[in-house]
Design a protein around this ligand. Structure first.
Ligand SMILES: CC(C)(COP(=O)(O)OP(=O)(O)OC[C@H]1O[C@@H](n2cnc3c(N)ncnc32)[C@H](O)[C@@H]1OP(=O)(O)O)[C@@H](O)C(=O)NCCC(=O)NCCS
Length: 194
């Protein structure tokens, strides 16, 4: 079973904090925030999440809210808000593989105006700390479209190792997407903290 340093599945809001951000459970009134992300084609260009219509946006939000209530929580779908102002900056997630329960995937999608200010780095580092220290995961990984240089750079800068590419496995809106995988193992994470 998992060790939790934070409230989980007990009705209390879950949150992680970084230097400038709060990562917390989605709320009903985040629908408009998710729509802002979903309707910006530049933001969504390489994102393998289907938020094409109101139904999908509502479904995504509901899934985040429902997952937060699970006692055996394995998905953390969290809003990133600027700590100083409370403004919504983006969507983030850490999802534990339900089969292995020892691997977690991290994803980040920021509104355009919050990109390239180092927020991605703050979020990914926090999720790695949460994944390895709190959840005792063995492997944390991220994946990105092979054309998504910002995302690849972010994972490389945070010390994840490039593991390989699955070539053109899905049609993503306007192109065949190849997906690059990046991962870190618990031992590698510990070694970096020494
Ligand atoms: C990808 C994303 C999460 C990165 O977060 P970010 O806050 O913009 O990135 P950071 O500012 O922390 O920068 C991380 C590294 O990427 C680099 N980077 C940022 N934007 C870049 C860009 N457009 N092209 C190339 N490199 C870029 C930064 O320079 C930095 O590297 P450095 O430390 O060597 O300078 C963010 O840009 C985003 O949400 N993009 C749209 C949605 C998306 O594609 N999400 C990923 C889905 S897999």
């Amino acid at each position: 079973m998992y060790k939790y340093d934070f409230p989980a599945g007990n009705g209390m809001a879950f949150r992680l904090t970084t230097d400038r951000l709060i990562l917390e459970d989605l709320k009903e009134d985040d629908h408009e925030n998710i729509r802002r992300i979903a309707t910006d084609p530049v933001v969504m260009r390489y994102v393998l999440v289907w938020l094409e219509n109101e139904e999908q946006i509502a479904g995504f939000l509901q899934r985040g809210i429902d997952e937060a209530k699970r006692l055996d929580r394995i998905a953390y779908i969290l809003a990133a808000r600027v700590a100083a102002t409370g403004e919504f900056a983006g969507l983030t997630f850490l999802e534990i593989d339900p089969e292995s329960r020892c691997t977690g995937e991290v994803g980040i999608v920021l509104l355009r105006e919050y990109q390239a200010y180092g927020y991605g780095k703050e979020i990914l580092k926090k999720y790695m700390e949460f994944g390895f220290h709190t959840l005792s995961l063995h492997r944390v990984f991220g994946k990105c479209d092979a054309l998504n240089h910002a995302s690849a750079r972010l994972m490389e800068r945070c010390g994840l190792t490039y593991e390989g590419t699955i070539r053109e496995h899905i049609w993503l809106r306007d192109h065949w997407r190849s997906t690059r995988y990046y991962g870190m193992l618990a031992g590698e994470y510990s070694a970096r903290q020494d």
